[in-house]
Every structure is written in structure tokens, then in C-alpha cells.
Design a binder for this molecule. Structure first.
Ligand code: AMP
Ligand code: MG
Length: 505
């Protein structure tokens, strides 16, 4: 809406919904409206994201808009539905999961010409709720808001947060907590588990319709390929290899990498007990429910390949149609999966080269990376702060002390520094160019767990949204130098440390 629109218009939220998913066969979802809440109150609106989606933020913030965001009103043109999907949870297959507390309101075409799902999360029970109440607590809603927006600002493909609304109702978890609804934006909510849902039912027609939908939405080039379904599989594998490499470079731990939380679009999805690692340690696990460490930081690439193998299995009937035999289909699937590891390794090493200020490639670079990570592990060095301070050392040895102080065994680190400097001599760039480019690869600000917890606690227990707003501001410009915000760059002190996170579902 333009600023000149009439007053009446400004009090009515308009969405140009397209409902391509609700045109799919009825067995893909359950049609139902969100369940209204007692007292909807908008606590956060992502005005910038609203604009990129072509929605007027003032309309969204109006009473009418907030009613839509709370699920108390169905927007014109919206055909709400809960999507069906299956999934492997911690290795065990569940043939029916589905949106147990989410509603897809519709799809919009953004200013970038791409399609986006608008989904309410915490919007009430659905036929997929099983024992759950269909609701979400404020804490986890704000956590998803902060962490998904941080990931977007860090340049990682991710679902986004458009709004958070409190419901005026309590949700019963271990204790009664304030309820909330998150409006989530995603390129789509198709998951590996969506394919598994149809494969488990031997519904090859459903599988084909789903695959064609995924291709049209996310991998349009695959439609022109000789083998479109193989091209779809290749596409997902390629995007997920790059995605998990980005997670690893940032120390992001997803926490619940179940196949229903692995997106077809290649976006990070489902921020439950996710967290950023501080001291570098591949065995790091935060999620309270991940007792075996299945989804530990260092396991993420392996788990992603495992999940993609489940996708390949689900696609076998379609690959068989393309290949002409079961055996050839298996060969095709295995070929596609074999590309994951090298793609991931290349993306990871490439990312670490950027983090180390290297523009050219040498064979020993991987070794230099591993040596530094080993030193970080042995010295409990904060991954984010360590790399950020290395940017200062890129300017010259006068910057060494800041980073060296993060290594108790300074001798080991010093000898690494000597080799790094030697390596930098082979680079064509000036120290200033190098430091600048390193600062674009090594964030100063991530949503550190203790800061996230403090922001959630203030909002949930005291209706104080100031820490949440401040943290959002900090993480929205993660690569900038902001000297007044130094406390946000620092790892938790021992007494602040958060060692466990909960999905809060
Ligand atoms: P998640 O762990 O959030 O990825 O969710 C896994 C499955 O549990 C999905 O099918 C969710 O819809 C469902 N679920 C999670 N929380 C709830 C809840 N509070 N009420 C109903 N279903 C839920
Ligand atoms: Mg999920």
C-alpha cells in the first residue's frame, strides 16, 4: 500500500496470497483455520521483512493485522491448512508427523520474485497434533525469532520471523508459560519428511506431484534436465552440503536434525534447542533431549548425509521411472549421494580460507585449518571470538596479543601464527584488504546462549522486551565493528554459561 492509501485501507491487512499448496490433492494436508487466542498482542514485527514481502507493516500492526497474525481472523484470500509429513526422529521413523501446531496461511511472491510461505506456528491443534496442545510458549517463539534473524543476517539460508504475538493464554509445559504465535516465512515448508510421507504409503503419484511441486518452486532448472528427479536430488544435496558447511563455519548447532526438520529448499528450519558453540569442541551438544549426542556439532555433516540418504530412498520410485530399472535407480541415488562429501568439504575449506584471509588456494591450507582448530580445542578457545580477533592480527603482529590471549598454550599458537604469516606472504592482497575481508567472514556478533536466555527470561517473566530488542539489533549487523557493544562479543563467564537448551514444545 502506498502512503496515500485511504484510512480504511490502513486498518486492513492485505496479502496477495497465492495458494499453490492448497491446489495440491487433499491428502497432502488438512484444511483448517487457526484456533483463535484470548488476547492477541503484537510484541514484535519485522518491518523490513514485511516490506520485502510486499506487505505494508502498518497494516500488519493494525488490530486487523494482529488478529490475522494471532490466528483470530482468516485474511482475505487465505486458505489455511496443516501440511502432512513424516520423518525420522532421532533415527526412528514416524510415518505421520505433520503440522501439529502450525498453519500455512498462504504463499506470497516477494519483491525478489520468489515465492514464500506465510505460516503461523503455535496456532492451535490440528489433525496432526497427536498428544500436543498445538501451542507454543513465548520463550521458544522469541528464540526462533532471534536465531533465525541472526542466521539471515549472517548470510545463511534460513526461514525468517515476520512477527511474534502473545496470546494472553498460558501453555502448560513443566510449568505454565505465556503463550505466543510466531509468523514464520520460508521459501517453502517442504521437508525430507514430506517425501517420506508419500514413499511410506507407496503413493508414487503423490510422490511425483510433490517432486514436481518442489522442482517448480525451488529447482526450476531441474525441469529442463534429462532426468528431472535425479536433478532435484542433486539440487537438494548440493544446497544442504553448502548449508551445513556454513553452520560448521559459524559454530551453529541445529540440535534436532530429524528428517522432518531438513528442508528441501536448503534453508535452516525449525529452531528448537539450537545454539551456537562457544569453546571449540566437536562433541558439543546443547539439546537436553539429545542424550546420545546424535546431533553434536561435529556430527552434523554425517547426519545431513544420513538424512539426504532417506530423501534418496524416498525418491527411488521416481528415479526408477527415469532409469528404467530398480538397479539403475539405486546406482543413480548412490551417485548423487556420493557428491555430498566432496561438495561439503569444498564449501567448508573455502569458507575457512575466507576466515583465514586467504584468497588463493594451496594444498596445505586444510592442514593449517585443522591445526588451528586443534589448538582451539586444546585451549577451549571461543570459536567466534578467536576468528574475529585473528582479523586484527591480519593487520600485523601488533594485533597478535588480543588473539594470543585466548590460547593458554601461547607457544603452540605462536608457531601456528608464524606459519600463517608465511602463507600470507604468498597472497596478493594488502593487510588492510585482508583484515576487511576477514571481518566479513568472521562475525563479531552471534546470538550467544546466555544473551538469548537472558532476553527470553526478561520477556517471559517480566514482560521486559528491552534485552530482546537490544539483542536483535546486535545480531542484525553481525560483521560490523561496534566498540560500544563489546560485551556482546564475549563468551559467557562460568556463572553465565548455559549448557542445556530445550525445544519447549
Ligand atoms: P518439532 O520437534 O518442533 O520439529 O516437532 C515435531 C513434531 O511434533 C511435528 O509434527 C510438530 O507439529 C509436533 N509438535 C511439536 N510441538 C507440538 C505441540 N505443542 N502440539 C502439537 N504438536 C506438536
Ligand atoms: Mg519440526
Amino acid at each position: 500500500m502506498s502512503p496515500s492509501s485511504s484510512t480504511a485501507d490502513r486498518h486492513t491487512a492485505h496479502f496477495r496470497f497465492e495458494n499453490t499448496y492448497s491446489r495440491l490433492p487433499e491428502r497432502f494436508y488438512a484444511r483448517l483455520n487457526p484456533t483463535p487466542v484470548a488476547v492477541p498482542r503484537l510484541v514484535k514485527l519485522n518491518t523490513e521483512l514485511a516490506r520485502t514481502l510486499g506487505i505494508d507493516p502498518r497494516e500488519l500492526a493494525s488490530d486487523h493485522g494482529v488478529e490475522i497474525l494471532a490466528g483470530n481472523r482468516v485474511a482475505d484470500g487465505s486458505e489455511p491448512l496443516a501440511q502432512a509429513y513424516a520423518g525420522h526422529q532421532f533415527g526412528y521413523f514416524v510415518p505421520q508427523l505433520g503440522d501439529g501446531r502450525a498453519n500455512l496461511l498462504g504463499e506470497l511472491v516477494g519483491r525478489d520474485g520468489l515465492g514464500y510461505d506465510i505460516q503461523l506456528k503455535g496456532s492451535g491443534r490440528t489433525p496432526f497434533s497427536r498428544g500436543g496442545d498445538g501451542r507454543a510458549a513465548l520463550g521458544p517463539v522469541l528464540r526462533e525469532y532471534i536465531v533465525s534473524e541472526a542466521m539471515a543476517a549472517l548470510g545463511v539460508p534460513t526461514t525468517r520471523a515476520l512477527a511474534a504475538v502473545t496470546t494472553g493464554e498460558r501453555v502448560q509445559r513443566e510449568i505454565a508459560l505465556p503463550g505466543a504465535v510466531l509468523t514464520r516465512v520460508a521459501r517453502s515448508h517442504l521437508r525430507v519428511g514430506t517425501f517420506q510421507y508419500f514413499a511410506a504409503r507407496r503413493d508414487t503419484d503423490g510422490l511425483r506431484i510433490l517432486a514436481d511441486f518442489a522442482i517448480a518452486r525451488h529447482y526450476p532448472d531441474a525441469a529442463k534436465a534429462e532426468r528431472p528427479y535425479r536433478a532435484l536430488l542433486d539440487g537438494v544435496i548440493g544446497r544442504q552440503a553448502e548449508l551445513v558447511a556454513q553452520w560448521m563455519l559459524l559454530g551453529f548447532i541445529h540440535g534436532v536434525m530429524n528428517t522432518d526438520n531438513t528442508s528441501i529448499s536448503g534453508e535452516t528450519i525449525d529452531y528448537g534447542p539450537c545454539a551456537f558453540m562457544e569453546a571449540y569442541d566437536p562433541a558439543t551438544v546443547f539439546s537436553a533431549i539429545d542424550q546420545q549426542g546424535r546431533y553434536a556439532y561435529g556430527n552434523q555433516p554425517r547426519v545431513m548425509l544420513w538424512n539426504l540418504t532417506r530423501l534418496a530412498e524416498a525418491l527411488l520410485p521416481l528415479l526408477e521411472e527415469e532409469e528404467g530399472s530398480e538397479q539403475a535407480a539405486l546406482r543413480s541415488a548412490n551417485e548423487a549421494l556420493a557428491a555430498f562429501a566432496p561438495k561439503y568439504e569444498v564449501a567448508r575449506l573455502d569458507g575457512f580460507r575466507h576466515k583465514l584471509g586467504l584468497f588463493t588456494e594451496r594444498e596445505d591450507d586444510a592442514l593449517m585449518v585443522e591445526r588451528l582448530l586443534e589448538l582451539m580445542f586444546a585451549n577451549h578457545t571461543d570459536l567466534t571470538l578467536g576468528f574475529r580477533r585473528l582479523c586484527g592480527a591480519a593487520l600485523g603482529p601488533e594485533g597478535d596479543e588480543e588473539v594470543r590471549s585466548l590460547f593458554a598454550d601461547a607457544g603452540g599458537f605462536d608457531s601456528w601464527l608464524v606459519d600463517w604469516r608465511k602463507r600470507l606472504k604468498e597472497e596478493p592482497h594488502s593487510p588492510h584488504e585482508r583484515a576487511r575481508s576477514m571481518r566479513m567472514a568472521n562475525p563479531a556478533f552471534i546470538p550467544r546462549n546466555h544473551l538469548v536466555e537472558a532476553a527470553l527470561k526478561a520477556a517471559s517473566e517480566h514482560q521486559d522486551y528491552q534485552p530482546f530488542e537490544e539483542l536483535l539489533d546486535v545480531i542484525s549487523r553481525p560483521y560490523e565493528e561496534r566498540p560500544s557493544l563489546e560485551r556482546y562479543t564475549m563468551p559467557a563467564r562460568a556463572e553465565e554459561r548455559v549448557s542445556q537448551t530445550f525445544c519447549g514444545t
